[in-house]
Design a binder for this molecule. Structure first.
Ligand SMILES: Cc1cc2nc3c(=O)[nH]c(=O)nc-3n(C[C@H](O)[C@H](O)[C@H](O)COP(=O)(O)O)c2cc1C
Length: 206
């Protein structure tokens, strides 16, 4: 990693796996190319995600700095607020299939399964010594057009992957955002017993 990169580890209340603690949405990307084997390991991590009826509804359209004109087309769908991701050597458009292939029934869980696969990619990216950033801030209708997305798919998210760059490379506003301690709701606000009125932690003794 380059000098003055940031480790914004989780400040966790209970022990968790090191990768979960270290994963975070960094914004300073280096333009350094990512090795093909690393990219394929990250996609392999997505491949092994569990999914409803093993449908594997996720699809990833990958753009790399090996083809700068295509990468620049992918960059064009990002909102201004996400222009930090234009430094990244890899941009991915993650889409997901809305119905089950065999029965053709609507798949209620298509976004769930895409999110799970994306998280696997996130963790593998950090395992490979890279950073990743998911972005909902992009022009969806433009993405559908630019990436020629068929109607049976929903466009999910844009993903940037690369080596971490230095915080100095970011504009002032993003520098601050990029160094802010990460925050989470306490466990008492997300885990319950019986119904939302009863906190789980109060009802489990050991
Ligand atoms: C579905 C989704 C969409 C997101 N969209 C954006 C985005 O458009 N721009 C951005 O800077 N961060 C985006 N993020 C990053 C979140 O802000 C970030 O995950 C959250 O603040 C928690 O921080 P952490 O990932 O470092 O733990 C997105 C994250 C997710 C999961």
């Amino acid at each position: 990693m380059e000098k003055s990169v940031i480790d914004n580890h989780a400040v966790n209340d209970y022990p968790i796996h090191d990768l979960l603690r270290k994963r975070w949405s960094a914004r300073a990307f280096s333009t350094r190319k990512v090795e093909k084997t690393k990219l394929f390991s990250i996609l392999e991590a997505a491949r092994w995600t569990p999914s409803s009826r093993n449908e594997q509804p996720w699809r990833y359209i990958v753009f790399t700095s090996n083809n700068p004109s295509k990468l620049s087309e992918a960059q064009s769908v990002l909102l201004e607020s996400n222009s930090f991701a234009k430094q990244a050597p890899i941009l991915i458009c993650a889409i997901t299939k809305k119905s089950y292939t065999e029965s053709q029934d609507p798949n209620r869980l298509y976004f769930h399964d895409l999110g799970a696969a994306n998280e696997n990619m996130f963790l593998e990216s950090f395992n490979q010594g890279l950073i990743m950033h998911e972005m909902g801030g992009f022009n969806v209708s433009l993405a559908k057009e630019v990436f020629k997305i068929p109607d049976e798919f929903e466009v999910g998210i844009m993903i940037a992957i690369g080596y971490q760059g230095t915080n100095d490379s970011l504009p002032e506003k993003l520098k601050i955002k990029n160094t802010k301690p990460r925050q989470r709701k306490p466990l008492s606000q997300i885990a319950f017993s019986e119904d939302l009125e009863h906190g789980l932690q109060d009802t489990i003794d050991q």
